[in-house]
Design a protein around this ligand. Sequence first.
Ligand SMILES: [Zn+2]
Length: 447
Amino acid sequence: MLISSIIAAIFIFGLTIYERWRWRVDYQQATWQTWLTFPLALCYVWASLIAPWWLKIIMALIFTLAILTDYGYRAAFQRPFTPQDIITIFTPLDLEIGHDAMSMYFDRWLLPPIIAYFILLTLPLAPPQPLYANLILLAMLIGHAMLYPVSSPTFPTVSMASFCRALIFTLGELMTEDNSPRQPLTFRAETAPRHNIIFIVDESVRADHLSLNGYHRPTTPYLESLAQRGLLYNWGMAMACAPCSLLSNNLLLCGLHQLPDPDFQHKKWPTLFQYAKAMGYQTHWFNATSNQFWLGTRHDKQHVDHWWPRSAFQTEPRYDIDFTLARQLATHLSESTGHFIWVNKRGLHFDYNSHYPAPQATWTPTQFDPKNQATIANSYDNALRYNLDTFFQTLLESNLLQNSTIIYTSDHSQTLSEHGETWTHCYGQPNELGCATFHAYRPTATP
Ligand SMILES: [Zn+2]
């Protein structure tokens, strides 16, 4: 037992030195909570050394997952893994995005700690002590749970501790979350609406890369032609309230535009769906990003009359899903009015090269390498040119859409690594917020 605890302490000390060197973890910013997490991480390793073989396997898998996620987030954002990351990973559940992110931020430097830990687990240090191993693990979990009310989820610490912290803190947040219903609306319109409103939330479209907004490459010639014909009113750039899809969409849903939001008002204010219902619209959510109902709270589904998950638009190649959605939307509204439709496009989430056919690359070379800004911009512009114009052409020129007005915006912008950023969004710099936004009409419609 004593030798095992000493070896566990040496391992955590070595891991700390390694991560300080590899990820430049700044312990000058450390708080007392930081120092408390080191013995908790040590407890984990110590328990695994004296655990029976089946528990060793489980703990080895957890350690591998901890290194994989924590090093991925350190590579992308220069910060440890947090509860918000867990919620973001699991809520929209878009496996393609997850796969792209993992392949982009996979770091070969995660291998040395994993190999070292696996070797350590095979050493015959002590006979298995299931009772003590479980008690030590329990102490570690209780220690993290006690940290929850008195610390933020992002203070610097060693990877194993930050992963366990994120898991426990997520549980804490879910348990203390206010799940009461939203504020109700008492108003009811007396006349039925005679037109449709389509509210489109795109994914990762930055305003300054649309030629509609003066960008030097012709990325949106069709939208420009709409503007010249007086069928599109361009609002230019709007600033997203949050740099990450989930929070940004939820703020758009209720109109809250001030952060921080410590009282979770974005889960209490009435939603656009509630306002639309009050005005007599039939409400729809067309979602090309997921099969899960991830928008808003669990109370919000009752205000959505028709829910269209990603599987409703499944198509090959996958990057054409937005066009299938546009066709189905136009067909559904054929000669029909009185609908409010919220649309989430698949849009341009990185890796941008997976959003357009390679032969249609207008600007080359294309590569997703944060160290090469020009190639990232080429990829992004190719994806933008392929996706956005074709989507609106499909939607507006089918001659099916009647009396419809379209409000378009994006959930957030992208960095495109202009200043050497390793991340695209979800960090919080101003250049992640500038979204394209405009108001378009179906060509023969009455606005
Ligand atoms: Zn997004």
